[in-house]
Design a protein around this ligand. Sequence first.
Ligand SMILES: Nc1nc2c(ncn2[C@@H]2O[C@H](COP(=O)(O)OP(=O)(O)OP(=O)(O)O)[C@@H](O)[C@H]2O)c(=O)[nH]1
Ligand SMILES: [Mg+2]
Length: 674
Amino acid sequence: MKNYDTEHLRNVCLVGHGGAGKTSLTETLLFNSGVINRIGKITEGNTVSDYLPEEVKHKVSISTSLIPIEWLGVKVNILDTPGYLDFFGEVKSALRVAECGILVLCGVAGLEVQAEITLNVMEQHKLPIAIFVNKLDRKNANFGKVLEQLKNAYPQARFVPLQLPIGQEESFHGVIDIIENKEYHYEANGSGKFSVKEVSAKYLVEIDLLREQLAEAVAETNDEILTKYLEGERLNEQDLQIALQLALKQNLVIPILCGSAYKNIGVTNIINFLTKFVSAPEVIPEKAALVFKTLADPYVGKMSFFRVYGGNFNAETPIYNSSRGLDEKIGQPFYLRGKTQESVASVSAGDIAVVAKLQDVRTGDTLCGKEQLVKLQGIDFPIPTLSVAIEPKTKGDEDKLGSALSRLAEEDPTIIISKNTETKELLLIGLGEMQLEIFLEKLKRKFGVAVSMKVPRVPYRETIRKAVKVEGKHKKQTGGHGQYGHVWINIEPSEGKDFEFAEAIFGGSVPKQYIPAVEKGIREAMAEGTMIGYPVTDIKVTLCDGSYHAVDSSEMAFRLAAIIAFRKGVELAKPILLEPVVEVEIIVPEVFMGDVIGDINGKRGKVLGMIAASDKYQIIRAHVPQAEMMRYAIDLRSLTQGRGSFSMEFIQYDEVPGKLSEILVSQLKTEQSQ
Ligand SMILES: Nc1nc2c(ncn2[C@@H]2O[C@H](COP(=O)(O)OP(=O)(O)OP(=O)(O)O)[C@@H](O)[C@H]2O)c(=O)[nH]1
Ligand SMILES: [Mg+2]
């Protein structure tokens, strides 16, 4: 692949609901542009883009693939993203570096949830968008219906069809190009070969109308063209082309194309569209590149995908990581197409390439020259909310797991690894179950560590509600040097204070030097708990009396006496179980409010309030026991068809209601005895 200058580059991102046909479209684009001579199939697991073993196994894309294609002197860097919601981080990073997002829709299902979510994100970022209505060969596919659906869902958006399908379902075999005023008839054998004809009479009226709508929508982008339009002159092909390119760039219109990736119909029209209408990348004068994706390869090491925003990047250039304040030595950059690498001397501004072994570089970092510091806007990743506890299946793999996890986690900024100091569990936090499962599959394949996962333990705590006074004595005085420690302590509730220690010793019944040992013993006993091994909290302990032995007393003896007293005391005071409560903020479309609130109530939650986030979305704030929220990422998704999102943070500990507490205690006791 030769090096292309900025003018001849395009970066486009294929997005859409899972299974809409993004990867199939990519494969057909590769075939039509002559890169491959056979179209691979998802079902056979032999596409260029879905090459990861996990993609082949599950028959879905899980990671963005970089697929450059060359067409009439232009290189189009296609970023084929996953459609499944769990991998939305991949979509976010790909959109960040593309000049245009191509939303692929299924001609049968139309505007599905994930397509809608992605369309909203692209609109927010004012990214130029085009839509490809795919699968028009399928039974019940209906281009007109999809168009209607789009218009109803987004009355403000300016959708402009650039094509109309020729034939329907099985007989679908071509597209009419509204700008060129031509019919493209594709061969039925999937070769992508087509013949071009004049538009037949039966389509003329409709085409004229669409052409007029297009002219109206785009004319304002160019004064000359606008004057022509206002004077009632018909805009010619060239006028429409110029104006449409500008209108797309300025986000004034959303052009709509159609076809079938599977049957190779209309796909060459898409390549033409991408090269003609999508703008070349905008560049800045300073040298700068954004790392938008990282792959951890156990053999090659780390691979950093970068998009150049200014200057040229080659192996000789010294670079500086302005996000971390570190010098970096860049190695030989290479182009990647799926998994195939091709080294390149220099990467131009606007282009996308990969470099290996940039040790300290992470996704989202800016690389620039040290003499002119630049910091590009980073990538706004979704925040993970689903936690699972993990442990290696083989004892002794802990160290291996630690390093494998930190290397693999670099691939996915929507995964967090954290150790819960209270439950001692290693937590893997992500966006959804499938993402977490696949993460563990990759861990096994790449680093050879097999890991099991389970629902994390809730960090319960224990406390008391009444004061008690108890005695603890540790005495072993049979022969030789004996042990003697003896205390009386007062234990009382002290809400919100975790732990307070005081002493009220008169007359030296417990000598000063042993008092710290008493406190230490109590802290130890608190950490271990008494009911089911959760830490005791919110208490005040006062050492009020005791006795000692001139020879046999020691720090250890007093520590043990304190532990005995404490355990006895808490038991006497009838301890209760406390559970962590989180404050949750849930953002949902208004139509799901009732269901979401009902579910929160069912989870023993307390709704604190609701406010409108926009005309369609509401924010619900609630306090809910953490135990009920362990799988909320999954629950909320099914309640809102994936349209809701939430965040939560620990707020306080509350008493577990009596009945539930009994059930929990016996449940946890059996778990522990296993
Ligand atoms: N009939 C028909 N089937 C298609 C067409 N395009 C894709 N498919 C099928 O739809 C299924 C999903 O296609 P993919 O290309 O994996 O879809 P995707 O959008 O990449 O899916 P994700 O990456 O998982 O989001 C596959 O079985 C394809 O063979 C089409 O134009 N017509
Ligand atoms: Mg795919």
